[in-house]
Design a protein around this ligand. Sequence first.
Ligand code: 5GP
Ligand code: ZN
Length: 108
Amino acid sequence: MCVFCRIVKGEASGEIVYQDEEVTAFRDINPKAPTHILVVPNKHIRSLAYVEPEDTFLLGRLLQVVKDLAHQEGIERSGYRLVMNCGYGAGQVVNHLHLHLLGGWRLD
Ligand code: 5GP
Ligand code: ZN
């Protein structure tokens, strides 16, 4: 089982900030921004390249969770960035589809 599947099931440590039946969000172990959260489907999908038509609703839910998390984390005003790496060449290290939610930079 992959590391993100184990975090989803509570079998590996991860600071979970949101979870429901379909989606889990937890803090990245090696944050690249003041706020760095990974948002993943609970179902194991290797990457965007492995998404099926029946996953369309699930993909939309990931974005809805991002929106709610941005509010929860108080980073709406400062802005945030979403990153999804697809494939080894793009830097995907964990083969479980995930969105990086990056934000929390200071406003000058
Ligand atoms: P990728 O490069 O695959 O898009 O991103 C994988 C991300 O997962 C990296 O930012 C890395 O720091 C994070 N990561 C890898 N292993 C773990 C882990 O066991 N726990 C948590 N919370 N994050 C992890
Ligand atoms: Zn997995």
